[in-house]
Design a protein around this ligand. Structure first.
Ligand SMILES: [Zn+2]
Length: 332
């Protein structure tokens, strides 16, 4: 998409201008454009796999090397799981022991059974399993009809994570000296949002609570609380931010996500305050939002794209009904 790539270029120049740390600058300078379905090393023992969202619906994955095993962040769709598994084998001979679902969405969790069949334990914050109870098997059955890789699993529903935690953070550490923390910071994108933080390496994997580009799906979310979650994530002061969708970056990805969520919420709220109706803000066709009449400030345009009309609708309904968008669609 032309406009998207020009946004990304602009954003990249801005990122670079703000940097004083040469190492960070070198990290960005070494990256050209998006590299879907390829793996790059972020640091020794930490790899980022960029999923092809546009053509395959895949999310990004992070591969973390421990002394005797690997941790993979996100299960992906089944086809993405197989691709990430093959890439993990390419970068390390160690087995994948844990796969962390950052949330319950199909592009992050429907590959769970592929991993467990290959000996891994799927892991998540308990909210992920609870979200699956709310939304499945409906979404799994829909995806089974729409996607061959999901249909070919021949399962009646999504496989929930095998192991869950409710006290944040859950920590994995081993004799290799690497510490991996799994955090729940509140409800942003879903009620199960998990973050992965490597304190020594200053790496933060964000799932879809923070994305680098116009990929915020808000229907299961909590728009009003979303900036609070991003602010909690900013307290880690990560040098490397590895999002669920979009390219890897640094702290500016968190800043941008917070700015976007704050901007869309305050813009919609202001319009509601002026007595505007939903149809004054977006155009609907066949009961679906197709275009937006509302515009946001230029400093968030990297996060504004095809989802924007639906995002405006989610925020509008959330404010109007006085409860999170995810509760409107998914119940308590
Ligand atoms: Zn998602």
């Amino acid at each position: 998409m032309d406009t998207l790539s020009s946004h990304m270029k602009t954003a990249r120049v801005c990122f670079a201008a703000g940097f004083t740390v040469l190492a960070s600058l070198a990290f960005f300078a070494s990256r050209s454009d998006a590299k879907p379905e390829s793996v790059s090393q972020i640091l020794p023992g930490v790899w980022f796999r960029e999923g092809d969202l546009k053509n395959l619906g895949h999310c990004n994955n992070t591969i973390i090397e421990m002394k005797d095993y690997l941790i993979v962040v996100d299960a992906n769709f089944p086809s993405g799981a197989r691709a990430a598994m093959a890439d993990a084998k390419r970068v390390s001979s160690k087995p994948v022991k844990y796969v962390f679902d950052t949330h319950h969405h199909g592009d992050h969790a429907y590959g769970n059974a592929v991993w467990t069949q290959n000996g891994a334990t799927t892991l998540a914050y308990k909210g992920v399993a609870e979200e699956m109870k709310r939304y499945e098997p409906k979404r799994w059955l829909e995806a089974s009809r729409e996607r061959k890789d999901v249909g070919d699993m021949k399962r009646p529903t999504a496989e929930p994570p095998k192991q869950t935690f409710d006290k944040s953070p859950f920590v994995l550490e081993d004799a290799g000296g690497r510490r991996v923390e799994f955090h729940y910071l509140g409800w942003a994108h879903t009620r199960g949002d998990g973050f992965v933080f490597l304190p020594k390496e200053s790496v933060l994997c964000t799932g879809d609570a923070v994305v680098n580009g116009p990929y915020n799906y808000m229907a299961d979310g909590n728009a009003g609380n979303w900036p609070n979650v991003v602010r909690a994530a900013k307290k880690f002061k990560p040098k490397y931010v590895l999002p669920g969708h979009g390219e890897p970056g640094g702290g500016e990805v968190l800043d941008g996500e917070e700015r976007f969520m704050t901007a869309i919420h305050s813009a919609v709220k202001a319009e509601i305050g002026k007595g505007k109706k939903l149809t004054d803000l977006i155009e609907m066709k066949d009961n679906k939002p197709v275009s937006a009449k509302l515009t946001l400030p230029g400093n968030v345009k990297h996060w504004v794209g095809d989802f924007f009309p639906a995002q405006v609708q989610s925020v509008y309904e959330e404010i109007k009904q006085g409860k999170p968008s995810g509760e409107i669609g998914g119940g308590k």
